[in-house]
Design a protein around this ligand. Structure first.
Ligand code: SF4
Length: 314
């Protein structure tokens, strides 16, 4: 068996920044530090921060005034920001700057008097946050079939924004359907899909071309991890999402034959490398030979921390 690793994989700049923000707030203020929603969609990361004093909450309503609260990398609605202020909480915003960029774009389109559509998955925290930042009602489109069913107010120009972690291919199809029905609609093309999502989808496609099986290490609720599995499967390679090594099923490792099997491994943007290495170690225990890493884009994107946290406590 050969193990082939995709490059790039795992943590993106937005996830690294969000985790560092929680760590620095803990350093400065001590536990508890409340985090609104999972800071990133990965249980290992959440449990690690929880063990150091982070408390994850889905509502701000019962937090004591004066508490420290961090908003997750996915962003929050304007109503949540206002509620935190109203309750006297000290909030730190760990929203990824690329999600913030989409918020600003949505607000710009609304200021231009446009009816706004969002391409994204219903209920995903980023989508809820962006729709709640736009300052006007937003119409959600999740798949091509939704476009024909849209019933938009007439007389106003249209615009769309997209979730940052979508499939490049699906989004292109939805945008094409929107342009076919509303020729004057404007939007950012696929630019809202962030660099990390794009790089990981390109990398998993290159990986899928070389292996018999793809394992994507990532959480079940991680949008970009699910998209990586879909991209590999779409290219005709059996692909499975595994949260960690314990999810690997022996029956996946049989075809075409164990000694010639090539297993590709990648990871979503919220998955720590430690989980990837555990998966690699588990595969090597099953007679894997050397591990090969594909060439790919070297990412050097870094996002600045909020100004109040920029200097570490000494
Ligand atoms: Fe930011 Fe993209 Fe990472 Fe999401 S996946 S946190 S948008 S860099």
């Amino acid at each position: 068996m050969q193990v082939v690793l995709a490059q790039p994989r795992g943590f993106c700049a937005g996830v690294t920044r969000a985790i560092e923000i929680v760590e620095r707030v803990l350093e400065r203020h001590g536990a508890p530090v409340y985090v609104f929603h999972e800071i990133v969609h990965n249980q290992w990361v959440v449990n690690d921060l929880r063990s150091r004093g982070a408390v994850f909450v889905d509502t701000l309503a019962h937090l004591p005034a004066g508490s420290q609260v961090v908003f997750s990398a996915h962003g929050v609605s304007a109503a949540v920001v206002a509620q935190a202020q109203h309750l006297g909480l000290h909030s730190v915003d760990a929203t990824c700057p690329l999600v913030n960029k989409v918020h600003q774009q949505a607000q710009r389109f609304v200021r231009q008097g446009r009816t706004l559509l969002m391409i994204g998955h219903a209920g995903h925290e980023e989508v809820v946050g962006t729709m709640g930042q736009a300052g006007a009602p937003v119409h959600l489109v999740s798949q091509v079939g939704d476009v024909a069913a849209l019933n938009l107010p007439t007389g106003k120009p249209l615009a769309y924004v997209t979730q940052t972690t979508l499939s490049l291919d699906d989004t292109r199809d939805i945008i094409a359907a929107l342009h076919a029905r509303y020729p004057d609609i404007v939007g950012p093309e696929v630019d809202d899909i962030c660099y990390a999502t794009q790089n990981r989808q390109v990398a998993v496609r290159a990986l899928a071309a070389q292996v018999d099986l793809v394992l994507v290490v990532g959480a079940r609720n991680s949008s970009n991890s699910n998209r990586l599995r879909e991209v590999a499967a779409h290219d005709g390679v059996p692909a499975h999402l595994v949260q960690d090594a314990s999810d690997i099923r022996p029956e996946w490792l049989r075809a075409p034959a164990l000694d010639t099997l090539r297993v590709g491994v990648t990871a979503g943007a919220s998955t720590p490398e430690v989980l990837v290495q555990e998966v690699v170690a588990a595969l090597r225990q099953r007679h894997a030979g050397p591990v090969v890493q594909l060439a790919g884009v070297r990412e050097d994107t870094r996002f600045r921390l909020p100004v109040q946290l920029a200097v570490p406590v000494v």
